[in-house]
Write a protein that binds this ligand. Structure first.
Ligand code: MN
Length: 332
């Protein structure tokens, strides 16, 4: 039975939730392209065309798992800070450690409220220094501000580090300012693999292997943030700011594989953002849907191998309902 509006068209399974697809149609500061607010819905529609057979699992998805497609974030809030709080509160109930949340965006400005929501995860326990963010992106997103806006998508990684995130790994990076370059060089928490190095025709293979090795050595909880403009612009022409010279589809898949295979790490959540519905062809949103499906499959594989359960089984079903006001200024 195909269910319209559900990821992969899969039916819900009562109250059971193993994996939740969250939709954040947030668009406030995208500087160039328009249309990321329609991204999550377009990705879910495109997911209806993704093959359910997953070679990794040797079976069709969801392979006995309950995939819940949640109602989209309501978009309410009279100011940017209220909206960021709204996003954080929308996400937080799904960060109790008993299911795997995947957020579809929306612009990359969703990352700081997502990180804020992740504080309640049992493996984070309010200490974000435990958390590593792996960021696939064309842009470093390390500006201190863009056009005066500190919560711009161009500052998403900076604000996440400000919240206390312990480690940031970036790949695909090929558009950045001098300030961002300085930050990459001087901040010990940041490791950046530039696209110019990983995509080089003669030496790129070796650098790419170093990236995969770096991922395999990670420890502790991981959030994977895929800005789809990290892929080459030819594959994702409808994203907010398509950039040439980016990663191939298979490089992103290899990154997902390496991350979920890292023996001392556990991927606790992921997001796929900056999706814009492409009009002439569904390639952009279909690529996003394919990558989201790969994440789902790798999470199921991690669960089957016992690595997910062993780290979260102490947690019950007592989800906290968010009342966070983290992003609001005093007196607001
Ligand atoms: Mn980004």
């Amino acid at each position: 039975m195909f269910v319209d509006g559900n990821f992969l068209g899969l039916p819900e399974n009562g109250d059971l939730v193993d994996i939740v697809i969250l939709q954040i149609p947030y668009e406030l500061t995208t500087s160039y392209g328009q249309g990321t607010a329609q991204g999550p819905e377009s990705c879910i529609i495109a997911s209806g065309q993704v093959e359910l057979y997953e070679p990794l699992l040797g079976n069709d998805l969801p392979k006995g798992n309950a995939i819940h497609t949640n109602q989209p974030w309501d978009g309410e809030g009279n100011s940017l800070l209220q909206q960021l709080d709204g996003i954080s509160n929308y996400l937080q109930p799904w960060y109790a450690g008993d299911c795997f949340p995947i957020s579809l965006g929306g612009e990359h400005g969703i990352l700081p409220p997502l990180v804020n929501a992740a504080k309640s995860h049992p493996l984070i326990c309010n200490d974000l220094s435990n958390l590593t963010i792996v960021q696939i992106d064309a842009h470093a997103d390390l500006r201190s501000q863009l056009d005066g806006e500190v919560y711009s998508h161009a500052c998403a990684a900076s604000r996440s580090l400000d919240l206390g995130v312990g480690k940031l790994l970036q790949v695909g990076i090929r558009a950045y300012s001098q300030e961002e370059h300085q930050t990459i060089l001087s901040d010990d928490r940041i490791t950046t693999f530039f696209a110019r190095d990983t995509q080089n025709h003669s030496t790129g293979r070796e650098v790419w292997q170093q990236w995969l090795d770096t991922l395999s050595q990670l420890e502790g909880p991981i959030h994977l943030s895929i800005d789809i403009d990290g892929l080459d612009g030819s594959i994702v022409p409808a994203t907010g700011t398509p950039v040439p010279g980016g990663l191939s589809y298979w490089q992103v898949v290899e990154t997902i594989e390496a991350l979920f295979k890292a023996q001392k790490a556990i991927v606790i959540s992921a997001d796929v953002n900056e999706i814009v519905p492409q009009q002439d062809s569904p390639l952009t949103q279909f690529t996003a849907a394919m990558l989201t499906t790969k994440i789902v499959a790798h999470h199921i594989n991690a669960k089957e191998s016992g690595r997910w359960n062993s780290l979260t089984q102490q947690n019950g079903k007592n989800r906290m309902i968010g009342t966070s006001k983290f992003f609001q200024e005093e007196g607001n």
